[in-house]
Design a protein around this ligand. Structure first.
Ligand code: FNR
Length: 418
């Protein structure tokens, strides 16, 4: 098999050379799912309000959460016509390995609250589609458990800036030992953002039962029963590391207590020395920060505002992208996340200079709605929409998604104020 596998038609699943799991059986509910928004609606019906809002929501007034989507909606394409688009190849090279789509799974902590085993389900779905999966520091599956899924599949480990450097080094050592390809350092969380939906819903870490959340959970017995029988999902990688003091002020603020607000560029540079694999920094929005990260030896950058969950008022990632791409100037892989909900969003991000996108909520809606089959469905939808959008744009391979496809007046210019 060649490195790139041409796809005959929209809707076809990309070839998955690294797949080891059999495709999950579609459920009846999934038969009527045609978009990520359909999956989101299904997830909302199945989950208690507190859990759905923990996944779906953003910080404070959620202006950045909305801005991420608005930027994708504002950018318009100038498609090329009369191109032979009978065969499309959406594969690409990401951090030294082939990915069947220019997509990777974003790290998401506490995913097991959406459905027990969601981390494993999403990891298997990613492997089946031949794309990288990122395990979050506060995941409900351990580094080793995920390493045991789909041996050889591309796997990245995300690390937060934890208060004790020995803890970070310990986790990094475990990820290296388990064969993870890349370390993704999330830098936009010196403290937790203020997520008011979590505060109102009594959602905190460590979890504490209150009248409000118990009545909320009781309204969703199909969600609550497995949680009751299996117990509250633990943050497996943080056993013995996480702060133990309960915090009544909500999940985001209590998670924030577990971070090191003093972590700076010098500390980051020391991480570069501690990790021999590919190093990715996640959570940059500025050209000068991107340049500094590349100067320190970063292999990849994720232009991210944490899906609107941290600094409310931060720029939309698609608007921040062109300046970062210009600053990086091809010296590192540039990725973007936040609000990617359609295949055409992937086209827009790549046309504006990204090498790939990360997706978070779409696969978690899928896992919440229908388990592994739901996560696979999310990826199938994005994959088939991407192939269709490429065909309609007159692009047969990823390298043809260039700035020429963007209607200039609709996108941010490549340079920003200093
Ligand atoms: C996240 N995100 C995140 N990021 C990270 O670096 N470590 C983490 O543990 C988490 N946890 C997490 C949990 C949940 C429920 C969500 C929704 C998000 C942020 C995530 O990696 C990513 O930046 C955004 O989710 C991307 O936006 P979309 O695709 O969800 O719109």
């Amino acid at each position: 098999m060649t490195e790139r596998a041409a796809q005959p038609a929209p809707g076809a699943r990309p070839a998955a050379p690294e797949a080891t799991a059999p495709p999950a059986a579609p459920t009846r509910a999934l038969a009527r799912v045609h978009s990520i928004e359909d999956l989101r609606r299904l997830a909302r019906r199945r989950l208690p309000r507190a859990i759905f809002e923990f996944i779906d929501g953003g910080a404070e007034d959620e202006t950045t959460l909305r801005a991420n989507r608005a930027a994708f909606e504002r950018v318009r394409l100038l498609p090329r016509v009369l191109v032979d688009v009978s065969r499309i190849d959406p594969s690409t090279r990401l951090l030294g390995r082939i990915a069947q789509l220019p997509i990777a799974i974003a790290p998401m902590g506490a995913a097991g609250f959406a459905r027990r085993g969601a981390d494993q389900m999403i990891a298997r779905a990613a492997a089946a589609c031949g794309i990288p999966y990122t395990l979050a520091t506060p995941a409900n599956a351990s580094i080793e458990t995920i390493a045991g899924i789909a041996d050889g599949a591309p796997r990245w480990f995300q690390i937060y800036m934890l208060p004790r450097r020995e803890s970070m080094l310990q986790l990094i050592g475990r990820a290296a030992g388990a064969g993870y390809d890349a370390l993704v350092v999330t830098v936009d969380l010196p403290i937790g953002g203020k997520r008011e939906r979590d505060l109102r819903n009594d959602l905190s870490v460590p979890f504490r039962y209150t009248w409000r959340n118990v009545t909320d959970f009781a309204r969703r017995p199909r969600w609550a029963l497995p949680m009751l029988l299996g117990g509250i999902p633990a943050m497996e990688n943080l056993r013995g590391i996480a702060p133990s003091a309960p915090d009544a002020r909500g999940l985001s603020s209590s998670v924030g207590r577990g971070f090191d607000a003093s972590f700076d560029w010098d500390a980051f540079a020391r991480l570069r020395d501690a990790w021999r694999g590919k190093l990715v920094v996640k959570g940059l929005l500025r050209a000068d920060d991107a340049q500094r990260a590349v100067d320190l030896g970063c292999d990849g950058i994720v232009v991210s505002n944490h899906g609107g969950r941290q600094l409310d008022g931060a720029i939309a990632t698609l608007d921040a992208l062109p300046a970062v791409v210009q600053a990086v100037a091809g010296r590192a892989t540039v990725m973007l996340d936040g609000g990617v909900r359609r295949g055409v969003d992937v086209v827009k991000a790549l046309a504006l200079g990204a090498d790939a996108v990360l997706i978070g909520r779409p696969v978690l809606y899928g896992a919440a709605a229908a388990g592994e089959a739901g996560a696979v469905r999310a990826l199938e939808i994005l994959s088939s929409e991407l192939v269709r959008a490429m065909q309609l744009c007159g692009a047969t391979e990823i390298a043809q998604l260039d700035r020429g496809l963007i209607a200039a007046a609709t996108a941010a210019p490549p340079t920003t104020w200093r």
